[in-house]
Design a protein around this ligand. Structure first.
Ligand SMILES: [Zn+2]
Length: 1017
């Protein structure tokens, strides 16, 4: 999936890893098929020492977690029942002798009775005073660890025979036959699935996923048997699971076919089999799927975990006027009833459920064949004239990947479809890639240089997934980075090779800087992190899986060399094709190539399994360079400042010096100790580490910053543009950390007047606009304007055309949009003039695409302009143009209009809900809108999380952006208490913790720097 090729900023979110330890083992009631079906009445709890006996089901050895549950249970009702029966037995001892019943009790009896009474009262207190608290070794857990989790009840009140979130390993799926009939009038669908399963361990149950499906019938047929036997099915919605109970034991090694008949509604969210309202002459509804990560189960019952790969035969019944697409080519179309036909697709390759896809709509396409595969781009008919660029790009990239991986694309066709309403950038379904329209459609009149780059990058990302993700899949979501980090990394490798003029490496650089900001907070998490709940899985789709993952691979590629790295990838793909893999499998494949000269696994584990990144401090004394590593971490409370000295990264350092500063002179040194000394052959004037920012670390030059500042002033081209961007980024980060003064950071960017490269200017704009925004919200408008003065000349130098290299054009778009938003220099005057002409021509005049957004922003400042822009938005057929319009509309200073925009986008009629996070993002950056955006999020929290799913990157973005401008203790408290008042799932989101960290960091930054800035500027 591609969530980051977007106009939105990266989400910032986090995990407390310690929270997500392995799922506790609980007793599988049906593992021993002694009784069937399970009935609550037949189960009685009899704790004996550290064992849990379920009568009729045999004894189960308990592991530590089970013991925890048992001890919790002891304090709660479960053991109380037993203890109280024990109490009754004890009491009965005293009733044994009726003769003594009236005698005066002895002192011993009184003491014993008192003790018994105290115990009884204590137990009752434990039950009544702590009804919602479960004790374990770690203390009190308020949720998740309830008795229901151990012995869940199905919806019909019977015991559900499985308690874990992950499916049992006793049965595996081999093949699915799926027949679906969506009805685009009633907006419902019916389905029938036959799943061939193979039995690994003898069992009576088949547990699989199902979510929101109305199941009417289930049968089981044995391999040899011809007759389907009706089977009871139990549902446990909390885990999205159903259990089909076999009428007889299912035998090891045998295959069985499970048939399930069901119906459901087409979803009104962006998940599962969902509907889109849309009008053209043939149709008003469009139906598409989005299954990753957990929504295949809401379209058909299935084993919805990535490692359960199987083949799929899909049949879809549809209106004869529409078209269906699925992963595989169409095999046959047969009439069903009046006006309804059935499309049957070829049997798929072995693949994961989250990659299954189908689309039912009125679509048109263009196609081209390459290397035996037919590549097609599909769009709604009125957009067919915008698909040419995507077809050329997809064909080129497909050819590149086949050569790079030495594995042919294995399907006969590859469809890329533009979907009119889509949550992420795109989704890599095997053979049927779905895209947001702005990520696939290129219109030569309205698409900017930036739009072209976006489309190319998203196609490159999704095509890379056809190998990384589809052919070899991560075994579980903890290793999502193997899919996403790799696809992101490969997208830049491919773009550098095939489209060098796009300078995509500059984009990656900026994304890495942003990912590091997130990774430097205490709320960050390791790239490979244990996850199990749906929110935790959703939250893995973040900048760390994508960008940090890609950055670590980039670092490794540079260390191993390009050829060794590529050979390692080839081994990995060949060793695991049609299967699944873990991080270690990748390192093992690399080690096959390094053949003992370097232990890649040992090196990379230091990066994958730990959150954050190192800060390398460099001290130069003549030709002796002392280097030292520590963890780079923002500390919110200075009094608790402790350096994490325990962790050691194996850092492949690179450096260049004044004696030779070309790429071929790059030196390497593996820092696998806390500190080390490098002796140079000669004394040098300067040294620069982390060449071209190919490593994931920040460098502090201690006493040497002055030398580098002088170098930039004197001869900035001695360093590459990426190195210059890297220095700007590092010094501003060190200033935020308090390791370097803000004064020195401003001194470093003093050379910017001479700068003409996009990468360093983009980084400077990023750092300065961040400070600008904080100061503006603090009421320090004058100071905020002074912060930006360094870029004033650069803004003035921009031309209002589409001339220049792609990189220059992109810089122009960024600088002018910023300048017109904040009314800097002459931007608004020029842009307003152009907007008026465009308005006078009733939108027919052609505007330069790169500066179009800046012109719209200036135009949207007046009420007339805003209304006209909204009218044009409603009638435009160019998604590229519409996206610039909607962002401009969201920069208005009219509060009523901002509220109207957000409300209408949430409703999804006039403005599609896919735009909402962009709108909130834009509104929340402005002085007029930032409090409004937060109020909107608070008021609509339930609607937002229903539409976009708790934990999804859209929700991550909405939380992070609507709170990122807060820098006061009052706001900190408000954000904290808002999420605390919501469900535990909400308050425990990583992105919530990250939002809180960010506000604290903003407060700290203000306290530390506001006075200094006033002095400085
Ligand atoms: Zn992806």
């Amino acid at each position: 999936m591609d969530c980051f090729k977007d106009r939105i900023q990266l989400p910032r979110n986090m995990i407390e890893n310690s929270m997500f330890e392995e799922e506790p083992d609980v007793v599988d009631l049906a593992k021993e098929p002694c009784i069937h079906p399970l009935d609550p009445d037949e189960v009685e709890y009899e704790p004996r020492s550290s064992r849990l006996l379920v009568r009729g089901l045999g004894e189960h050895e308990m592991d530590d977690d089970e013991e925890d549950y048992e001890s919790s249970a002891k304090l709660l009702g479960m053991s109380f029942m037993n203890r109280s029966s024990g109490l009754r037995n004890n009491m009965s001892v005293y009733r044994q002798n009726p003769n003594e019943s009236c005698s005066v009790p002895s002192t011993r009896t009184v003491v014993v009775c008192t003790v018994v009474l105290v115990i009884a009262v204590s137990l009752i207190m434990a039950i009544y005073l702590l009804p919602k608290c479960t004790f374990t070794k770690e203390g009190c857990y308020k949720k998740n660890h309830t008795m229901e989790l151990i012995y869940p009840l199905a919806t019909n009140g019977k015991l559900f025979p499985w308690a874990k979130i992950r499916l049992p390993p006793d049965v595996v799926p081999l093949h699915y036959d799926l027949v679906l009939q969506p009805n685009l009038t009633t907006l419902k669908f019916t389905g029938s699935v036959n799943i061939v399963v193979n039995v690994i361990q003898v069992t009576w149950k088949i547990v699989l996923h199902s979510s929101g499906l109305n199941i009417t019938k289930a049968t089981i047929t044995s391999a040899g048997g011809h007759q389907a036997k009706p089977a009871e099915f139990l549902e446990y919605p909390l885990h999205d699971q159903i259990a089909v109970m076999a009428p007889e034991a299912l035998l090891v090694g045998q295959n069985y076919t499970v048939n399930i008949e069901y119906s459901s509604n087409l979803s009104d969210t962006y998940y599962g089999f969902y509907k889109i309202s849309y009008k053209d002459e043939n149709s008003e509804w469009f139906a598409a799927t989005q299954f990753e990560p957990l929504a295949a189960r809401s379209a058909f019952p299935c084993f919805d975990e990535p490692a359960f790969k199987a083949t799929f035969l899909i049949k879809i019944k549809r209106d004869e006027k529409l078209l269906t697409l699925s992963n595989m080519p169409k095999k046959a179309t047969t009439p069903v009833t009046n006006g309804i036909v059935q499309d049957e697709f070829f049997v798929s390759l072995k693949m994961s459920t989250y990659l299954v896809a189908f689309v039912v709509a009125d679509l048109k396409n263009i196609s081209r064949e390459t290397n035996g595969s037919l590549v097609s781009i599909y769009a709604i008919p009125q957009h067919l004239n915008q698909v040419g660029y995507a077809l050329n790009t997809a064909v080129k990239l497909l050819e590149f990947y086949q050569e790079y991986f030495l594995i042919d694309y294995p399907l006969q066709k590859l469809d890329l479809v533009a979907i009119p309403d889509f949550q992420s950038g795109a989704m890599e379904n095997w053979g049927l890639i779905t895209f947001r329209e702005t990520a696939l459609l290129f219109d030569s009149n309205t698409s900017s240089a930036r739009d072209k780059k976006l489309i190319t990058a998203v196609i490159a990302h999704e095509l890379a997934h056809q190998w990384f993700g589809n052919l070899v899949t991560m075994g579980w979501w903890n290793d999502l980075w193997l899919n996403e980090g790799f696809a992101t990394f490969m997208e830049y490798v491919a773009m550098e090779e095939i489209f060098p003029e796009l300078h995509s490496d500059e984009d990656l650089l900026n994304l890495i800087f942003k990912a590091m900001m997130k990774d430097s907070l205490n709320s960050s998490h390791p790239v490979s992190s244990a996850v199990q709940s749906s929110e935790q899985i959703e939250e893995m789709f973040d900048a760390l899986s994508y960008i940090k993952g890609a950055s670590l691979l980039l670092m490794l590629k540079h260390y191993l060399t390009k050829d060794v790295f590529q050979a390692g990838i080839e081994v990995y793909l060949h060793n695991h094709n049609y299967g699944s893999a873990q991080s270690d499998d990748l390192w093992d494949s690399m080690n096959e190539i390094t053949n003992g000269t370097l232990d890649v696994k040992k090196l990379m584990k230091t990066w994958i399994l730990h959150k954050g990144f190192p800060l390398v401090t460099v001290v130069r004394k003549r030709n002796v360079i002392s280097i030292q590593q520590e963890k780079f971490l923002y500390h919110m409370e200075p009094e608790n400042w402790t350096s994490d000295t325990s962790y050691l990264w194996h850092i492949p350092l690179t450096y260049i010096t004044s004696s030779c500063n070309f790429t071929h002179c790059t030196n390497a040194y593996l820092l696998d100790q806390k500190s080390a000394v490098i002796e140079l052959p000669e004394e040098v004037e300067w040294i620069k580490f982390n060449v071209d920012m190919n490593g994931y670390y920040i460098v502090h030059y201690a006493e040497d910053w002055k030398t580098l500042i002088d170098l930039l002033k004197k001869n900035h081209t001695a360093l590459s543009p990426k190195d210059r961007a890297n220095l700007i980024n590092n010094i501003f980060n060190l200033a935020s950390l308090g390791k370097e003064s803000l004064e020195k950071a401003f001194e470093l960017i003093d050379y910017l007047n001479k700068e003409s490269s996009t990468a360093p200017l983009t980084q400077a704009l990023f750092q300065l606009s961040h400070i600008y925004s904080l100061l503006e919200k603090k009421g320090e408008q004058q100071l905020a304007v002074r912060v930006m003065h360094l870029l004033g000349d650069k803004i003035d130098q921009q031309r209002w055309t589409d001339d220049g290299t792609l990189s220059e054009r992109e810089l122009r778009s960024m600088l002018l949009a910023f300048a017109c938003t904040h009314d800097m220099r002459n931007c608004r005057a020029t842009a307003t003039e152009m907007f008026k002409k465009w308005m006078k021509s009733n939108g027919t005049m052609s505007l330069p695409s790169d500066v179009m957004k800046a012109i719209f922003i200036a135009g949207a400042k007046s009420s007339d302009g805003w209304e006209f822009l909204l009218k044009m938005y409603s009638s435009s057929v160019s998604e590229a143009e519409k996206s610039k319009m909607i962002e401009a509309l969201a920069t208005t200073e009219d509060v009523r209009k901002l509220i109207w925009l957000m409300q209408n986008s949430l409703e999804g009629k006039v403005i599609r809900a896919q735009e909402l996070s962009h709108i909130i993002s834009t509104v929340s950056q402005s002085l007029t809108g930032y409090l409004l955006a937060w109020d909107f999020v608070k008021e609509n929290w339930e609607k937002l999380t229903r539409k976009f799913h708790l934990g999804s990157y859209t929700i991550q973005n909405i939380i992070s952006l609507s709170t990122s401008q807060f820098a006061t203790k009052a706001h900190l408290l408000e954000v904290k208490s808002f999420f605390e008042s919501k469900s535990e799932e909400s308050s425990q989101l990583r992105c919530v913790k990250e939002a809180i960290d960010t506000i604290q960091l903003n407060i700290q930054w203000m306290e530390r720097n506001l006075a200094k800035l006033q002095e400085l500027l």
